[in-house]
Design a binder for this molecule. Structure first.
Ligand code: HEM
Length: 148
Protein backbone atom coordinates (compact mmCIF):
# COMPACT_ATOMS: atom_id res chain seq x y z
CA UNK A 1 0.00 0.00 0.00
CA UNK A 2 1.49 3.35 -0.99
CA UNK A 3 2.46 5.75 1.79
CA UNK A 4 -0.77 7.68 1.82
CA UNK A 5 0.29 10.70 3.82
CA UNK A 6 3.31 11.37 1.61
CA UNK A 7 1.08 11.24 -1.44
CA UNK A 8 -1.63 13.46 0.05
CA UNK A 9 0.82 16.06 1.36
CA UNK A 10 2.77 16.34 -1.88
CA UNK A 11 -0.38 16.36 -4.06
CA UNK A 12 -1.81 19.13 -1.89
CA UNK A 13 1.10 21.31 -3.01
CA UNK A 14 1.21 20.31 -6.68
CA UNK A 15 -2.55 20.31 -7.24
CA UNK A 16 -2.72 24.07 -6.61
CA UNK A 17 -1.42 24.48 -10.16
CA UNK A 18 -2.59 21.40 -11.99
CA UNK A 19 -2.32 22.73 -15.53
CA UNK A 20 1.19 24.00 -14.95
CA UNK A 21 2.46 20.69 -13.55
CA UNK A 22 0.51 18.72 -16.13
CA UNK A 23 2.18 20.78 -18.84
CA UNK A 24 5.58 19.99 -17.35
CA UNK A 25 4.59 16.29 -17.42
CA UNK A 26 3.55 16.31 -21.09
CA UNK A 27 6.47 18.50 -22.18
CA UNK A 28 8.76 15.87 -20.69
CA UNK A 29 6.73 13.03 -22.23
CA UNK A 30 7.01 14.56 -25.71
CA UNK A 31 10.77 15.01 -25.23
CA UNK A 32 11.08 11.31 -24.43
CA UNK A 33 8.56 10.04 -27.03
CA UNK A 34 7.89 12.80 -29.57
CA UNK A 35 5.77 10.55 -31.79
CA UNK A 36 3.05 10.48 -29.10
CA UNK A 37 2.01 13.96 -30.19
CA UNK A 38 0.51 12.44 -33.35
CA UNK A 39 -2.05 10.52 -31.28
CA UNK A 40 -3.69 13.78 -30.30
CA UNK A 41 -5.96 15.17 -32.98
CA UNK A 42 -9.16 17.06 -32.59
CA UNK A 43 -11.76 17.42 -35.36
CA UNK A 44 -9.39 15.14 -37.34
CA UNK A 45 -6.73 17.88 -37.43
CA UNK A 46 -3.23 16.91 -36.35
CA UNK A 47 -0.79 19.27 -34.70
CA UNK A 48 2.22 20.29 -36.73
CA UNK A 49 4.47 20.67 -33.71
CA UNK A 50 4.69 19.72 -30.05
CA UNK A 51 4.47 23.42 -29.19
CA UNK A 52 1.21 23.79 -31.10
CA UNK A 53 -0.21 20.73 -29.32
CA UNK A 54 0.86 21.93 -25.86
CA UNK A 55 -0.68 25.34 -26.37
CA UNK A 56 -4.04 24.19 -27.79
CA UNK A 57 -7.18 24.42 -25.71
CA UNK A 58 -8.19 20.81 -26.54
CA UNK A 59 -4.89 19.44 -25.33
CA UNK A 60 -5.08 21.62 -22.21
CA UNK A 61 -8.40 19.89 -21.56
CA UNK A 62 -6.64 16.51 -21.84
CA UNK A 63 -4.09 17.70 -19.29
CA UNK A 64 -6.99 18.69 -17.04
CA UNK A 65 -8.54 15.22 -17.53
CA UNK A 66 -5.28 13.48 -16.60
CA UNK A 67 -4.87 15.61 -13.48
CA UNK A 68 -8.50 14.91 -12.52
CA UNK A 69 -7.84 11.15 -12.68
CA UNK A 70 -4.74 11.53 -10.52
CA UNK A 71 -6.73 13.68 -8.11
CA UNK A 72 -9.42 10.99 -7.94
CA UNK A 73 -6.77 8.35 -7.20
CA UNK A 74 -5.29 10.48 -4.39
CA UNK A 75 -8.76 11.05 -2.93
CA UNK A 76 -9.48 7.32 -3.17
CA UNK A 77 -6.27 6.06 -1.55
CA UNK A 78 -8.38 4.27 1.06
CA UNK A 79 -10.59 2.65 -1.56
CA UNK A 80 -8.62 2.27 -4.80
CA UNK A 81 -10.62 -0.80 -5.94
CA UNK A 82 -13.64 1.52 -6.24
CA UNK A 83 -11.90 3.05 -9.30
CA UNK A 84 -11.37 -0.31 -10.99
CA UNK A 85 -14.30 -0.15 -13.36
CA UNK A 86 -13.62 3.45 -14.35
CA UNK A 87 -9.91 2.79 -14.92
CA UNK A 88 -10.38 -0.38 -16.97
CA UNK A 89 -12.82 1.59 -19.15
CA UNK A 90 -10.26 4.39 -19.43
CA UNK A 91 -7.65 1.83 -20.50
CA UNK A 92 -9.98 0.50 -23.19
CA UNK A 93 -10.50 4.04 -24.52
CA UNK A 94 -6.75 4.64 -24.63
CA UNK A 95 -6.08 1.46 -26.53
CA UNK A 96 -8.50 2.82 -29.15
CA UNK A 97 -6.40 6.02 -29.45
CA UNK A 98 -3.49 3.91 -30.74
CA UNK A 99 -1.19 4.48 -27.78
CA UNK A 100 0.93 1.48 -26.73
CA UNK A 101 0.73 0.20 -23.19
CA UNK A 102 4.56 0.51 -22.94
CA UNK A 103 4.27 4.28 -23.41
CA UNK A 104 2.57 4.45 -20.04
CA UNK A 105 5.96 3.62 -18.49
CA UNK A 106 7.26 6.84 -20.04
CA UNK A 107 4.18 8.67 -18.73
CA UNK A 108 5.09 7.39 -15.26
CA UNK A 109 8.67 8.66 -15.58
CA UNK A 110 7.32 11.99 -16.78
CA UNK A 111 4.91 12.20 -13.85
CA UNK A 112 7.80 11.66 -11.40
CA UNK A 113 9.80 14.28 -13.30
CA UNK A 114 6.94 16.81 -13.01
CA UNK A 115 6.49 16.09 -9.30
CA UNK A 116 10.21 16.51 -8.71
CA UNK A 117 10.26 19.81 -10.63
CA UNK A 118 7.32 21.09 -8.61
CA UNK A 119 8.37 19.87 -5.19
CA UNK A 120 12.16 20.04 -5.14
CA UNK A 121 13.57 18.63 -1.90
CA UNK A 122 10.06 17.94 -0.60
CA UNK A 123 9.97 15.12 -3.15
CA UNK A 124 11.98 12.74 -0.99
CA UNK A 125 12.96 9.23 -2.08
CA UNK A 126 10.09 7.88 0.06
CA UNK A 127 7.62 10.24 -1.63
CA UNK A 128 8.95 9.18 -5.04
CA UNK A 129 8.53 5.51 -4.13
CA UNK A 130 4.98 6.13 -2.89
CA UNK A 131 3.99 7.94 -6.12
CA UNK A 132 5.64 5.30 -8.21
CA UNK A 133 3.50 2.64 -6.52
CA UNK A 134 0.29 4.64 -6.85
CA UNK A 135 0.96 5.24 -10.55
CA UNK A 136 1.65 1.52 -11.03
CA UNK A 137 -1.71 0.71 -9.44
CA UNK A 138 -3.54 3.13 -11.74
CA UNK A 139 -1.80 1.84 -14.87
CA UNK A 140 -2.29 -1.79 -13.99
CA UNK A 141 -6.03 -1.13 -13.65
CA UNK A 142 -6.00 0.65 -17.02
CA UNK A 143 -4.09 -2.24 -18.57
CA UNK A 144 -6.75 -4.70 -17.44
CA UNK A 145 -9.12 -2.87 -19.76
CA UNK A 146 -6.73 -3.09 -22.70
CA UNK A 147 -7.95 -6.40 -24.07
CA UNK A 148 -11.59 -6.20 -23.02
C1 HEM B 1 -8.72 10.93 -23.46
C2 HEM B 1 -4.39 10.09 -25.45
C3 HEM B 1 -2.48 9.47 -21.05
C4 HEM B 1 -6.80 10.37 -19.05
C5 HEM B 1 -7.71 10.80 -24.39
C6 HEM B 1 -7.83 11.00 -25.81
C7 HEM B 1 -6.61 10.77 -26.35
C8 HEM B 1 -5.71 10.41 -25.29
C9 HEM B 1 -6.20 10.87 -27.83
C10 HEM B 1 -9.11 11.42 -26.56
C11 HEM B 1 -9.10 12.92 -26.80
C12 HEM B 1 -9.24 13.75 -25.55
O1 HEM B 1 -10.15 13.48 -24.72
O2 HEM B 1 -8.46 14.72 -25.40
C13 HEM B 1 -3.49 9.84 -24.43
C14 HEM B 1 -2.10 9.50 -24.62
C15 HEM B 1 -1.56 9.34 -23.38
C16 HEM B 1 -2.62 9.57 -22.41
C17 HEM B 1 -1.40 9.38 -25.98
C18 HEM B 1 -0.17 8.96 -22.95
C19 HEM B 1 0.74 8.42 -23.72
C20 HEM B 1 -3.49 9.62 -20.13
C21 HEM B 1 -3.35 9.43 -18.71
C22 HEM B 1 -4.56 9.66 -18.15
C23 HEM B 1 -5.47 10.02 -19.22
C24 HEM B 1 -2.05 9.03 -18.00
C25 HEM B 1 -4.98 9.59 -16.70
C26 HEM B 1 -4.43 8.78 -15.83
C27 HEM B 1 -7.69 10.61 -20.08
C28 HEM B 1 -9.11 10.86 -19.88
C29 HEM B 1 -9.66 11.00 -21.14
C30 HEM B 1 -8.58 10.84 -22.10
C31 HEM B 1 -9.83 10.94 -18.53
C32 HEM B 1 -11.13 11.24 -21.49
C33 HEM B 1 -11.78 9.87 -21.63
C34 HEM B 1 -13.26 9.98 -21.92
O3 HEM B 1 -13.63 10.63 -22.92
O4 HEM B 1 -14.05 9.40 -21.17
N1 HEM B 1 -6.41 10.44 -24.09
N2 HEM B 1 -3.77 9.87 -23.10
N3 HEM B 1 -4.79 9.99 -20.41
N4 HEM B 1 -7.42 10.60 -21.42
FE1 HEM B 1 -5.61 10.26 -22.25
Amino acid sequence: EPQKELIRDTWQIVSQEQIHHGTVLFTRLFQLEPELVFLFHYNSAHFSSVQECLSSSEFTEHIRKVMTVIDAAVRSLDSLPSLEEYLTGLGRKHRATGVKLESFNTVGESLLYALESGLGDTFTPDARAAWSRLYAIVVSAMSRGWWR
